[in-house]
Design a protein. Structure first.
Ligand SMILES: [Mn+2]
Length: 278
């Protein structure tokens, strides 16, 4: 029995199946963790969603920004953007089952000393605090207020955390950390506008995982979302494991073995001609 963590799929279903063949994945005994963003931008989001859902208890996936975007389009009057490739899911006969399953995925998964999120854990939050804040958003996603949440989900503000934040500002901040954060400023505020690879950002910004005295610096954290990290040089990854290696834009899809302590990676080259996705 093996457990592998796999980076963002974004509808690249064929590549996912090829990678699973490469690691000799057995659906009756092996487990998969997914860093979220199962859907959007790639060609086969519907197949990806159906497949991961079919793995039932053998798969764990956390929510990414594209997964939440799908739910927002499905449950509000928001329209898809030109780059979105979500129509197959929205028109599927099993749409309600798939969306309901997706809305019940967590924002963080913690298993002993390894945690997984889509984008980040705020540098001032412990794993325990992150779990507690994630539960606040998950309760809304799974409850009767979910439509109002989606209507208020988008936006980069507030930039700074306070335990006193309330309402949709609080929920938006928590959501932005788990699903969108790359860079923090000197006050540990969220610099969500900046999506470049590390090294190309303004001097006052740092990747969230390189902020001094990060509360979680001794915890192992698996994350996705930041596909251009693979292009960056001289980055220090202290106990953090970025797994979005740019499958969508011609990079790689990565699986990392996590049950045996090896953290050994298997990669599949995905030579599609496309711009780096951010
Ligand atoms: Mn993402």
């Amino acid at each position: 029995m093996a457990t592998y963590a796999i980076g963002d799929i974004q509808g690249c279903y064929d590549e996912l199946r090829q990678l699973l063949d490469k690691i000799n994945f057995k659906s009756d005994c092996d487990n998969l963790w997914f860093t979220g963003d199962l859907v959007n931008r790639g060609p086969k989001s519907l197949e990806t969603l159906r497949f991961v859902k079919s793995l039932a208890d053998n798969a764990i996936t956390v929510l990414g920004n594209h997964d939440l975007h799908l739910l927002a389009i499905a449950f509000t009057t928001n329209k898809s953007s030109k780059k979105d490739t979500l129509d197959e899911i929205l028109n599927a006969v099993d749409r309600e089952e798939l969306l309901n399953w997706l809305a019940h995925r967590p924002l963080i998964h913690v298993d002993n000393d390894i945690s997984m999120v889509h984008a980040a854990i705020h540098p001032d939050w412990s794993i325990q605090k992150a779990e507690s804040l994630a539960e606040e958003v998950e309760a809304i996603l799974q409850g009767e207020q979910h439509i109002n949440y989606y209507k208020n989900m988008y936006g980069d503000e507030p930039a700074c955390w306070s335990d006193e934040l309330r309402g949709y500002e609080r929920l938006r901040y928590i959501t932005n950390v788990f699903t969108r954060l790359r860079f923090c400023d000197q006050n540990h505020g969220l610099a969500l506008r900046h999506k470049c690879k590390p090294g190309a950002q303004p001097d006052n910004l740092l990747p969230w995982f390189n902020v001094d005295n990060r509360t979680t610096e001794n915890d192992s954290i698996i994350f996705g979302h930041w596909s251009t990290l693979v292009l960056a040089k001289d980055i220090e990854y202290k106990n953090v494991y970025p797994l979005d290696t740019g499958c969508l834009w011609g990079g790689y899809l990565t699986a990392m073995r996590i049950d045996d302590g090896s953290f050994a990676k298997t990669t599949l080259h995905c030579p599609q001609a496309s711009k780096p996705h951010i």
